[in-house]
Design a protein around this ligand. Structure first.
Ligand code: ISL
Ligand code: CA
Length: 543
């Protein structure tokens, strides 16, 4: 079924790194407003705003201390209202980040909850330790270590799947669900068009029994995609979301295709789309921190599974938790521009709603930091320290962090070659990548051959083609370096051919070019290094 959120392109803003307006080195809401015209020009139809709520920023806003107020670093509720209004003028919708698995430990609910006899006690998950003085169970956290933190004040432990400053809410308590509904209504009434729902498939903990022994996320089987979780999603949809013209995309962790179907197939009436991680993990083992060799055919296998398995996909290659895609699947040294364009070509020719992360449209790369002291990310520091406990050498630990740290995606947006990269006139909260002199928005805006200009063309192509938005996906060919697939609808077909290598490659396709990252007009079967071509066939040519 056609829907507006299937036709528009989403752009993710990580507010603190997007645009600073007052020189304090931190991006803010007035800064976002000042860049709306650029987003419009790119062809963006929806903004996903990473958290801007009140927060002590232990995890950069993913630790919320008041869901109905704005972090003063970013502005005020009035600024937010202005952002909704200014975006609407430009026909840009905004979805908010809904982080409800946990709050900040500085949320009023949690301060109350620390008192044993408080009505808020049951808002969180409190347990006594085991007799032998050990924590209540053996679960391990997403950010490493145990999930339990002992609280002196009440003599019990509370559960936190993420940092200890992010206590998990208790979704077995109906009062918590009622609070969430109020939060949803609050933002929908103010102008939000939906939500990106943070780690939304782990909010319901069925039991607190010990987990099976596991290398990561011990205990997962007690809280991943549980029936209770599905029930809550249906309730939120039925009681609140269905009353508005909005959509949801769930960030769903550790899901396989079967899980994902249950979370987002339309007849389930839970979420509208999910972010899964399979495609980004084709060159990783166990987690982001353990790389292995990239093989293009493996990528096509994974894409095919999800393209054909779900009725609608959320298509993303980057977000604020992942290394930059040109540094990950591309070649950010020898073929920076061409490989960035190839990856964009893939993203906009798959079936689903495309989500572009800020800076991706100019091919921003991983950070150029040289040591841990330059990093801010809580996850990176936790992992670095944990590896230290296992006596791993510092050089090895740094190598792992350098390629996988979440700060790779969080360095400030490179708007221009001016001092501060056009992001700030002050001291940026996180170091700016020095390649802003050569990789920046202002220069690329002037250049018709730039990555930015190519993204604009890709977005325009997708917007003009029902086949690219809704057509059926079919895999055609793959080897270790090259993949090809088709998108077809009625009597129109596109064939997409991508060369993920620095060598020339031959394939058996020919035809007229709809778009290519080398600017060619005809294709006779030979691909240049990192070349992407999209062929268009009509009528008789399509069997
Ligand atoms: O990629 C990951 C697994 O290695 C993780 O970063 C995963 O995406 C993440 O743990 C879940 O992310 C979300 O919730 C976190 C927050 O820190 C992330 O920024 C957010 O995207 C806790 O709210
Ligand atoms: Ca600022």
């Amino acid at each position: 079924m056609k829907q507006w959120w299937k036709e528009r392109v989403v752009y993710q803003i990580y507010p603190r790194s997007f645009q600073d307006s007052n020189g304090d080195g931190i991006g803010d809401i007035p800064g976002i407003i000042s860049r709306l015209d650029e987003l419009k020009d790119l062809g963006v139809g929806i903004i996903w705003l990473s958290p801007v709520y009140a927060s002590p920023d232990a995890d950069n806003g993913y630790d919320i201390s008041d869901y109905m107020d704005i972090n003063p670093k970013f502005g005020t509720l009035e600024d937010m209202d202005r952002l909704f209004a200014e975006a609407e003028k430009r026909d840009i919708k905004i979805i908010m980040d809904l982080v409800i698995n946990h709050t900040s430990d500085e949320h009023r609910w949690f301060s109350e909850s620390r008192k044993k006899d408080s009505p808020y006690r049951d808002y969180y998950i409190w347990r006594e330790g085991k007799k032998n003085g050990r924590p209540p169970n053996n679960w391990t956290s997403f950010f490493m270590g145990n999930v339990w933190e002992y609280d002196e004040q009440s003599g019990e432990y509370y559960l936190h799947l993420f940092d200890k400053k992010q206590p998990d809410l208790n979704f077995r308590n109906p009062k918590v669900i009622r609070e969430v509904k109020d939060i949803l209504r609050f933002w929908l009434d103010r102008g939000a068009s939906g939500f990106r729902c943070d780690v939304i498939n782990v909010i319901y903990k069925t039991t607190l029994d010990d987990g099976k022994r596991a290398i990561i996320l011990q205990g997962l089987e007690h809280y991943r995609s549980q029936e209770g979780n599905h029930e809550i999603l249906r309730e939120l949809r039925h009681d609140v979301l269905s009353k508005y013209d909005c959509f949801t995309v769930g960030e769903t962790v550790m899901v396989d295709l079967e899980d994902a179907k249950e979370l987002c197939e339309p007849e389930r009436e839970e979420l509208d789309m999910v972010f899964y991680f399979d495609h980004l993990e084709v060159d990783r083992r166990i987690s982001r921190y353990f790389p292995k060799k990239f093989k293009a055919n493996k990528l096509l296998d994974v894409l095919t599974k999800w393209q054909q398995g779900l009725s609608w996909n959320a298509i993303y290659l980057e977000n604020h938790d992942q290394p930059r895609i040109v540094s990950h699947f591309g070649d950010d040294v020898r073929y920076h521009e061409r490989s960035a364009k190839l990856l964009g070509t893939m993203q906009f020719t798959l079936r689903g709603t495309p989500f572009v992360y800020q800076g991706q449209e100019i091919g921003m790369t991983n950070f150029d930091f040289t040591g841990m002291s330059q990093l801010n990310d809580v996850e990176s520091h936790n992992i670095y320290n944990l590896m230290g406990k296992f006596f791993l050498p510092a050089s090895f630990r740094w190598k792992i962090i350098k390629s996988s740290s979440r700060d790779n995606a969080r360095t400030p947006m490179q708007w221009s070659a001016k001092l501060g990269a056009g992001f700030t006139i002050g001291m940026p909260w996180l170091g700016i990548n020095q390649n802003y002199h050569t990789i920046n928005y202002a220069d690329q805006k002037q250049q018709p051959e730039s990555i930015l200009s190519y993204y604009k063309q890709l977005i325009a192509l997708r917007s003009s083609s029902d086949t690219l938005r809704y057509g059926v996906f079919t895999p055609l060919y793959s080897d270790r370096h090259v993949i090809a697939y088709a998108r077809k609808q009625n009597n129109e077909q596109y064939i997409i051919i991508l060369n993920f290598s620095d060598e020339n490659k031959k394939v058996n396709y020919r035809g007229d070019i709809a778009i290519s990252n080398t600017g060619r007009n005809e294709f006779h079967g030979e691909l240049m290094p990192w070349e992407a071509v999209v062929l268009k066939q009509c009528d008789k040519e399509v069997q």
